[in-house]
Design a protein around this ligand. Structure first.
Ligand code: FES
Length: 342
């Protein structure tokens, strides 16, 4: 039988949650199993969202993780990644945020069907899934994501919803088409339409914090959660003075023209910059990296960055160096990844 340990999770102000954690599961997974959604995004050791301080107890070795999320020196100082830590004794783990940021997790798994697949650029497909009629619509916040499983190919991926929650059963995702992708290859081959899909979640904390002048920076399919947030703002706060910088590598990778035009109509103070990193001679729009188009950096605005890790790292560095407080920079890293386990 697998050993199980007592783990005390402590938070700002000495609040505490006690969970049990098996020796073969990480802290985030164990907490979820017991209904607590700790701050976490990637759950594979790359985003650093789940960092905590090990006050007491032991583990053998953290699961593989990026040095950008945790360096060896930080680990020697007692900092750990909760998504990478499997205990080998009882533990006390401290997090530097208040307990009210711990979400309540209900195991939301729904079955549904792929009802539309549209190729929207050379490298991106938009898929629409709908949960089965007998089940409730998902409740989620714009910016969150689901784990999407295609049983036909036995593959699970994490995708952010691009539509805003409106009580319907429709869920729209933007999928980067990878040449050898098991999941995306199946979509690109036109086989997924009408197939069953399993959806689990919602997950993630890349959600709008209510700022009057937000700046969104999106690379490629990182536009999906930003579209969801902007669509929701169009319905609830059309006077928002938002700025969006959306970048792709080549013109053939551009998509969402119609959606962005429609958002411009509904959000009259929305400023949109679409930039192409390596344009052809026939491109007359903005060019270069998204970081070339952040505009005058204003530390009083809140920045939402979503896209490839390198893009986020570069933008984050510029923003922090220009004096934007860390709590005003929210990130969601999109990995070109293999299967993800919820
Ligand atoms: Fe743990 Fe991303 S590093 S959730």
């Amino acid at each position: 039988m697998t050993d199980e340990y007592k783990v005390a999770l402590t938070f700002e102000g000495a609040d505490r949650i006690d969970i049990a954690c098996r020796a073969d599961e990480d802290i985030i997974t164990a907490a979820l199993r017991q209904g607590h959604l700790l701050l976490s995004d990637c759950r594979e050791g790359s985003c650093a969202t789940c960092r905590g301080f090990l006050v007491d107890g032991d583990y053998d070795q953290l699961l593989p993780h990026s040095p950008h999320a945790l360096t060896d020196a930080e680990e020697e100082d007692g900092i750990v990644l909760a998504c990478r830590l499997r205990p080998s004794s009882d533990l006390v783990l401290d997090f530097d945020y208040p307990v009210d940021r711990v979400g309540r997790y209900e195991d939301g798994t729904r079955n549904g069907q792929i009802v539309a697949v549209d190729r929207v650029s050379d490298t991106v497909a938009r898929i629409t899934a709908r949960t089965n009629a007998a089940q409730d619509a998902f409740q989620w916040e714009p910016g969150q994501y689901l784990q999407v499983t295609l049983p036909a190919v036995g593959a699970t991926r994490a995708y952010s919803m691009a539509n805003a929650p409106d009580g319907t059963r429709a869920l729209e995702f933007l999928v980067k088409l990878l040449p050898d992708g098991r999941f995306s290859g199946h979509l690109a081959a036109g086989k997924a339409l009408g197939e069953p899909v399993r959806l689990r979640g919602p997950y993630g904390q890349f959600v709008f914090r209510g700022d009057p002048r937000p700046v969104f920076v999106a690379g490629g399919t990182g536009l999906a959660p930003v579209l969801a947030i902007l669509r929701s703002l169009a319905a609830t706060a059309p006077a928002t003075e938002a700025r969006l910088v959306f970048g792709v590598a080549r013109e053939s990778e551009l998509f969402a023209d119609d959606e962005l035009e429609s958002l411009r109509q509904k959000l009259p103070h929305l400023e949109v910059v679409v930039t192409v990193e390596c344009p052809t001679e026939s491109w007359f729009g903005a060019y270069g990296l998204v970081t070339d188009h952040l505009g005058p950096i204003d530390p009083s605005r809140t920045y939402y960055l979503c896209g490839p890790p390198a893009m986020i790292a570069a933008a984050e560095q510029l923003l922090l160096a220009a004096g934007v407080p860390r709590e005003r920079v929210h990130t969601e890293r999109f990995l070109e990844t293999g299967d993800q386990q919820p």
